[in-house]
Design a protein around this ligand. Structure first.
Ligand SMILES: Cc1cc2nc3c(=O)[nH]c(=O)nc-3n(C[C@H](O)[C@H](O)[C@H](O)COP(=O)(O)OP(=O)(O)OC[C@H]3O[C@@H](n4cnc5c(N)ncnc54)[C@H](O)[C@@H]3O)c2cc1C
Length: 487
């Protein structure tokens, strides 16, 4: 079956829904729901996924885009979770999504803020993380050995790093996603290729499905309903106890840090085991994160970064820089809500990132976890529904290739780059903006984008940089007009 998602397929599959007996109805089109839809469909179950908005509308597009080997879980003594992360990282990087996850060098400078004892601890942590890599059988060619580097190499990788008191750095490697929303779309399309119906703009409301584009209620019959609504899970299963925590990132032009080629880690003063990272991305931007604070009260649909949170990130990162950052260096910002499971006291930063699968009044709720472990979360959930063995560890996602990316399209679309190039003009959407017009056409034809927000915010990520989104607006509008006129 085709992996292409678009408005035509959506409306056909919505019409078929009433007359189909589903094995599984998945509610939520983030990484968790899409992972479950893929796992279930690839084991031969009949599946539909409903998402009230768009694929990756929730937390899944606001992550740090790291595919963790679990180093931070070692620090909290959770070896099982660390090993699970390392295994899942290896699966993504070597088999299922090598086109979307690449090795990123991560440097912790040895400076005044990191005394010799702390430096030795970081070294020891990295050596243990490397052992996890070995146990998870991820080859060294995929993730090089952690090592100490001297001042010259540190300043080559991190031209903006503070020189005073610099004694070199500890260098480690971890997985880094090209784009978290792209991973969600790739998983959803792979599920669609296995027969899953991926239905966006459909809300599950008190047991009824409502088409958000027409207001029409839709009948369905499903043996099992799976709640994969992340931080919103308690709206479907009131007995679920969440302790949501908010994480903020700011986006900088890479030029203000001298175009770093490694991530920079700066300890948060007075808070052990807490750091601010500057993660270099393609397209000349750097993401700086991360806050981790409890979020009280009703959850916003789309959380926003507050000025105090932006200031905290800029101030902490500036401690490790030659030139302190100012508010005018920020070209964008974003915030997400972690669906952490309640039950423990203390800082949300210390709460476990483990996942849980629970049955609550006929609703299977899959919660917690992280992007890195989505496949294992899905496996654990679907194992409860069928004895057919899970196949997803060996199932490449659409676009998967081991070829080194030669250009932007190969970097973002892997083996589908030539198809994307044929979908429309290879001209930038606006002067100085890296996204090509062909990507907009491809988003509508194959990736289930239905409107301008889907294109700007989740297929291309233009809206990560405020000025890019503004400049691209007119072209996005005219591509959509052309698409609707043709449909
Ligand atoms: C700031 C931050 C940084 C992070 N960094 C990392 C990282 O670097 N690496 C990593 O591995 N993990 C990271 N995580 C964790 C990871 O992002 C999340 O665990 C994961 O994205 C959660 O995915 P999800 O599918 O469960 O939830 P979501 O992505 O929120 O998906 C839930 C979906 O359900 C939909 N929905 C809600 N209610 C309904 C309804 N009634 N009907 C239909 N649909 C509905 C929502 O619209 C949403 O799209 C980070 C998290 C945060 C907040």
């Amino acid at each position: 079956m085709s992996s292409y998602l678009n408005a035509g397929r959506r409306s056909r599959e919505l019409d078929e829904l009433t007359s189909t007996r589903l094995d599984v109805l998945v509610v939520g089109g983030g990484i968790t729901g899409c992972g479950i839809a893929l796992d279930a469909a690839s084991r031969g179950l009949s599946v539909a996924l409903v998402e009230k908005d768009d694929l990756a509308f929730g937390t899944s597009r606001w992550s740090s885009k790291l595919v963790h080997g679990g180093l931070r879980y070692l620090a909290t003594g959770d070896v099982g979770l660390a090993l699970e992360s390392a295994r899942e990282r290896g699966i993504l990087m070597t088999r299922t999504a090598p086109h979307l996850v690449r090795a990123l060098p991560m440097a912790v400078p040895l400076s005044r803020d990191l005394d010799a004892r702390h430096g030795l601890l970081v070294d020891a942590g990295h050596r243990t993380a490397d052992l996890l890599r070995l146990v998870a059988r991820t080859p060294r060619a995929t993730l090089p050995r952690p090592r100490r580097i001297g001042v010259a190499e540190t300043t080559r990788l991190l031209p903006g790093v503070r020189r005073a008191g610099l004694r070199g750095a500890v260098l480690n490697w971890d997985g880094h996603l090209e784009d978290d929303a792209r991973l969600v779309v790739a998983v959803a399309r792979t599920a669609a290729a296995h027969g899953a119906r991926i239905l966006t703009r459909v809300r599950w409301q008190d047991g009824v499905l409502v088409d958000q584009l027409t207001g029409r209620s839709l009948g369905y019959q499903a043996n099992t309903v799976i709640n994969a609504t992340g931080a919103w899970a308690d709206t479907l299963s009131p007995r679920v106890r969440l302790r949501p925590s908010k994480g903020v990132h700011v986006v900088l032009d890479a030029a203000v840090l001298g175009h770093p080629s490694a991530s920079l880690t700066v300890p948060v003063p007075g808070e052990p085991n807490r750091y601010v990272f500057a993660l270099p991305h393609a397209d000349g931007i750097v993401h700086v994160g991360l806050t981790d604070d409890p979020l009280d009260g009703p959850l916003p649909e789309v959380p926003r970064a507050e000025e105090a949170e932006i200031a905290f990130l800029l101030d902490t990162l500036s401690r490790g820089l030659e030139r302190p950052l100012g508010r005018s260096d920020v070209v964008g910002s974003f915030a997400g809500v972690r669906p952490l499971i309640a039950g423990e006291e203390g800082r949300t930063a210390d709460l476990s990132r483990r996942h849980s699968v629970t049955l609550d009044e006929g609703l299977l709720t899959v919660l917690g976890g992280k992007l890195t472990t989505y496949r294992k979360m899905a496996q654990d959930a679907v194992d409860l529904l069928t004895e057919v063995p899970c196949r997803t560890a060996e199932l490449p996602l659409v676009g998967a290739t081991h070829a080194a990316p030669a250009d932007r399209l190969a970097r973002r679309y892997g083996s589908e780059a030539a198809d994307v190039a044929a979908a429309g003009p290879l001209t930038p959407v606006a002067d100085g903006v890296p996204v090509l017009q062909a990507e907009l056409h491809w988003g509508l034809r194959a990736e289930g984008a239905l409107d301008a927000a889907d294109l700007l915010e989740r297929r291309t990520r233009l809206s990560l940089v405020d000025a890019w989104a503004e400049a691209a607006g007119p072209v996005v509008g005219s591509v959509l007009e052309g698409w609707h006129a043709q449909a």
